[in-house]
Each structure stands twice: as C-alpha cells, then as structure tokens.
Design a protein around this ligand. Structure first.
Ligand code: NI
Ligand code: MN
Length: 227
C-alpha cells in the first residue's frame, strides 16, 4: 500500500506505512501549495527531479529541519552536499535500494539549470518502489516514446504522476498519449495552474484518459490517492 498526497505543482509525498518521502517541494512562492516547508517533522528522503526553482523549491530548508536524505542527479546532490546537507547522487538509468524503497532515475526531456543559473545536470523522472507499489513521477518533460520502456520494463506501474500544463512540459493531449505508453493503473495530473502559461483544466486530462479506456484521477492539493 502507498498513500500519495499532492501538495501542489509537482510536489507529492509518498507514505507506505513506515516511511515518507517528498518529491519536488515547491511550497514557498506557490499560492496553491497545500503545505509549508515547516510542516514536515519526519521525512526519510527528498527526491529532486531537476534544478529549476519550481522543483528544488524548499528542499534545503526541509532537509535541514528533518535530516532527510536528498536523492537526485550527481550535480544536484553535490550542490546540496556543498551546503552541508545529506545527499545521495544517482544518474539516469541507475537504480538503488534505500531503506525507504527503491529509486530509479529515468530520462526527461527538459532543462535543469539551478536557481542562480548553475549547471545542475540532466533533468530526470523517477520510478519509486515503496510499500510494494511502483510509482512513476515524470518530473518536467515532453512526451517521449521510451515511456513505453518505462511502463513495460520498470512497471507495471501502480501510478503515473504526469505534467499536463503545456508550455514547459507535455500538454493534455501528449500526457494522454503518455498514459497509453505507460499503462499505469492510475494516472494523476500535475504541473498545471501554478503560473498563467500552464493554466489548463486537469479535468480535461482525466476525461480524455477515461475516454481512451485508462484510469485517471484529479488529486487536489492536500488530497490523497491510495494505490
Ligand atoms: Ni522545470
Ligand atoms: Mn517545472
């Protein structure tokens, strides 16, 4: 069992009954966020998909307060390591078993510059196995055919968390195609409404996935999805 809680934008927690991880904690500066950086007391890890401010977000503050291990690509792990925070470097194609679960980094077609324009490696998606469930968080990305590989070889996926906001990432129709490639048991939209260029209707994504025979659920900020 795994409980996925959406905290706005691309930020989720995953709780398996014993461990909790946080992904892409962009809370400060996001009016739609359903948590504050100081909300977290116990966290095993923070996974950061890429260097953009709306994904790195409050990682440093939360990691400092909770002692959570930051898991990200080599460049981002070193960036936080240089700030005295506990981090573990990985890279695309690599997987590792941690105490809280298994993490595998996958490709994402996007950028990954840091808050000050630093080079922070390649952006990634991530397949996380916790509580016996496999969850794919796509990070920020355009549609790519290798999603079929992720669905077939790293799956079957219990959930796929997909950006749908267009402009910076896949829009709705591409994300519907991503669901077709990934074949998850359920897909949930993210990376929409936060900024004017990504103000799309997540219900359109849900309706189109269902019309194509898949399962999708809109998870509002602060709400959960059980997989
Ligand atoms: Ni980005
Ligand atoms: Mn983004």
């Amino acid at each position: 069992m795994a409980t996925l809680t959406f905290l706005g934008h691309s930020c989720w927690t995953i709780f398996d009954g014993a461990h909790t991880i946080l992904i892409d904690p962009f809370l400060t500066g996001n009016d739609l966020a359903a948590a504050k950086p100081e909300s977290f007391t116990r966290l095993d890890a923070i996974i950061v998909t890429h260097g953009h401010g709306d994904h790195i977000g409050d990682t440093a503050q939360i990691a400092k307060a909770t002692g959570a291990l930051i898991v990200s690509n080599f460049e981002i792990a070193n960036y936080f390591g240089a700030k005295g925070l506990s981090s573990h470097p990985m890279h695309i194609g690599g997987g590792r078993q941690f105490d809280f679960g298994h993490v595998k980094l996958t490709i994402a077609h996007h950028g990954s510059s840091g808050p000050e324009g630093e080079y922070l490696g390649n952006p990634a998606g991530v397949v996380i196995t916790m509580g016996g469930k496999k969850i794919y968080h796509a990070g920020d990305t355009g549609l790519f055919l290798d999603m079929k590989l992720i669905g077939e070889m790293y799956g079957p996926l219990d959930a796929a968390l997909l950006p749908v906001g267009d402009n910076f990432t896949m829009g709705i129709d591409d994300a519907v195609k991503a669901v077709e490639f990934l074949k998850p048991k359920v897909a949930a939209p993210m990376h929409y409404k936060t900024f004017p260029p990504i103000d799309v209707d997540p219900n359109e994504f849900v309706a189109k996935v269902r019309a194509a025979g898949g399962r999708a659920e809109r998870v509002d900020p602060g709400k959960t999805l059980e997989v």
